[in-house]
Design a protein around this ligand. Structure first.
Ligand SMILES: Cc1cc2nc3c(=O)[nH]c(=O)nc-3n(C[C@H](O)[C@H](O)[C@H](O)COP(=O)(O)OP(=O)(O)OC[C@H]3O[C@@H](n4cnc5c(N)ncnc54)[C@H](O)[C@@H]3O)c2cc1C
Length: 562
């Protein structure tokens, strides 16, 4: 017998297509997570206030709701499905070297810049401005990670550019603007600018001393022309780039605009875009320079010292993005476990699933707390606090090593909480999973960050002092933490390169443990210290001791009647 749409609606509870499909009823599938509030995270809000940016809470909550909206999630999905395309030439054969993006990319970029995720905090004198930006990154990180690349580089370029005040005067207003103006035009005439970075070449990325791109001085002081290539340069539609090249006095940092002040295009030949594992909304390119105009930034021969100002900031953003991916995938896992039943009970009520969620929640809270502590250190260092500058120097490298290293394992486990649905693109989980390893590769791969911690310790004793001053704040509060700190001191004395990962892992874990002991509820702090520091733990997530306060940990991370 033929059925009408009205019949179907009646059977489906009013909505066409829902519930009954003729052959079967669709049941036991979770409802969509969206809309949700990505800032609904106690650890995040506590950290925001603690690190001096409580004034930004209302703004953060608004952005959290936007990040969790169906609209923003749709932009993220679309920007990754419709990948950027390179146009090397126009229809008449002129080189243009432009990249076209889906409109969703521009929506994401426009929002991120307007919300102050690019350079805006450098124009904001309020204490906590950099913390507020990081906290916003933690919630906006629930959307697409790809556009976080140009926003991060734009933010990070400002302190490096300040090493050349005459250039900073011209370009800083655009880099700190909250307006997004896509398209290649004369930078001075644009309402907002974006910056990228070009360090990595074919023969060496971590070891930038091997760079072969040359910078030849011109008759005009400070102006050079570049010849050579870069093997990775992301977001090639940025307006300006900080680029390393070999000048007569050695490796130096240069500002390379895509459009020169007279309106002509600078030579920036994009050979191709990378086909990447993830980060697909973002374009990562291979540019070549040939007579490319470049302006010296900082003293000639001190390129690494200059650009490291930028790398310090992008490293923090890698930690932020990893922590955001953890939180986003935890929220997805928790939502699924609440709404899916198996073997007669909701997944979230199954003791072993609760252990998995609790273990992920611990890891996520530890990552969030460390991220915000690092942001607080950066904020205070920028305002002249030498102790915080020393802490930031060592703790950012250690945090970048450890939090980004945990990302791939975390996102894989969270994905598995959704079962087969988690392996399917529509769930969004594969995208987050593919993104995670990138954060431990760029801005210093794992080994390079671990070795950088050794370098900091060797060059500046104030860094170790700042670290142990921080850890001393919890002395006597937890025996396992005390023992770990003592072990860390022993390990430091050994200081060999082969031990660097062991050392830096313990450094990050003791820092996380000390933050949780000071600021988190006892169930969270106790379970973290028992497992990550005390060794009462397996090798996979979901191996907390059954005596840990699993219910309390899950309820704190995912409130709502577990
Ligand atoms: C998607 C994407 C986008 C990127 N965007 C940019 C960009 O915009 N600008 C830019 O400049 N770069 C960019 N990069 C490049 C990135 O920063 C480099 O890939 C990274 O720094 C590693 O350099 P490499 O690839 O040359 O590897 P290598 O330096 O060859 O390192 C290979 C491995 O060796 C390890 N290693 C290196 N030195 C040591 C050592 N002394 N001891 C022990 N182990 C060591 C590293 O940890 C790594 O695991 C991007 C990369 C990717 C994947």
């Amino acid at each position: 017998m033929a059925t009408t749409l009205a019949d179907q609606r009646q059977r489906n509870g009013g909505a066409p297509g829902a519930g009954h499909h003729g052959t079967h009823d669709v049941t036991n599938q979770p409802p969509p997570l969206t809309p949700y509030d990505a800032s609904d995270d106690t650890a995040l809000l506590d950290g925001l206030r603690r690190e001096g940016a409580g004034w930004a809470e209302e703004d953060l909550r608004r952005l959290g709701r936007l990040a969790g909206s169906a609209q923003a999630q749709e932009w993220s999905d679309q920007a990754n499905r419709h990948e950027p395309e390179l146009r090397t030439h126009d229809r008449y054969g002129h080189r243009i070297d432009e990249v076209e993006f889906h409109p969703s990319w521009h929506h994401l970029m426009g929002t991120a810049v307007a919300e102050g995720l690019a350079g805006a905090p450098w124009a904001d004198d309020r204490p906590g401005a950099h913390v507020a930006r990081t906290a916003k990154g933690l919630v906006w990180g629930h959307t697409d990670a790809g556009h976080g690349c140009p926003t991060s580089m734009t933010y990070a370029a400002v302190p490096a550019l300040r090493r050349q005040p005459d250039l900073a005067t011209v370009y800083e207003p655009g880099l700190t603007s909250r307006e997004y103006e896509p398209g290649l035009n004369v930078p001075a005439g644009k309402r907002g600018l974006l910056a990228g970075m070009g360090m990595t070449e074919k023969q060496g990325g971590s070891d930038v001393r091997t760079n072969t791109t040359t910078a030849a001085p011109t008759a005009e002081p400070g102006v050079h022309t570049l010849r050579g290539h870069k093997w990775f340069t992301s977001a090639p539609m940025c307006d300006v780039f900080l680029v390393l090249a070999q000048a007569p006095e050695g490796l130096s940092c240069f500002l390379v605009p895509r459009v020169l002040p007279d309106g002509t295009r600078n030579t920036f030949r994009i050979q191709r875009l990378k086909e990447k594992l993830g980060n697909r909304s973002n374009a990562s390119s291979e540019p070549e320079f040939d007579g490319t105009v470049a302006w010296l930034v900082g003293p000639e021969g001190q390129g690494v010292k200059t650009i490291i100002e930028m790398v310090n900031c992008t490293r923090l953003d890698c930690v932020t993005m990893s922590a955001a991916l953890m939180r986003k995938t935890l929220v997805e896992a928790g939502h699924h476990a609440r709404h899916r039943s198996a073997f007669g009970a909701r997944l979230v009520d199954q003791p072993l699933m609760r252990n998995v969620l609790a273990d992920l929640a611990l890891e996520s809270e530890a990552a969030t707390a460390l991220t915000l502590r690092l942001a607080g250190a950066a904020d205070r260092a920028v305002r002249g606090d030498a102790g915080e500058a020393a802490f930031r120097r060592i703790a950012t490298a250690a945090g970048k090593y450890w939090v980004t290293k945990r990302g791939p394992a975390f996102t894989a486990e969270a994905l598995e909480c959704l079962g087969g649905n988690g392996y399917v693109e529509e769930s969004g989980m594969p995208r987050h999973y593919r993104e995670a390893p990138l954060l431990s590769i760029w801005e210093g791969s794992g080994n390079v960050n671990a070795l950088d911690v050794l370098r900091a310790l060797g060059r500046d004793p104030a860094t170790a002092q700042a670290l142990f001053d921080e850890l001393a704040l919890t002395r006597g509060a937890d025996a396992r933490l005390d023992a770990a700190v003592a072990g860390l001191k022993d390990q430091l004395a050994q200081g060999s390169q082969a031990n660097a990962r062991r050392l830096v892992e313990r450094m990050a874990l003791t820092l996380q443990g000390s933050l949780l002991v000071r600021h988190a509820p006892s169930a969270v702090a106790d379970a973290f210290c028992a497992t990550r520091l005390g060794g009462d733990w397996g090798h996979a997530f979901g191996t907390l001791p059954a005596t840990a306060g699993l219910d309390a940990i899950v309820e704190r991370a995912l409130p709502g009647g577990v």
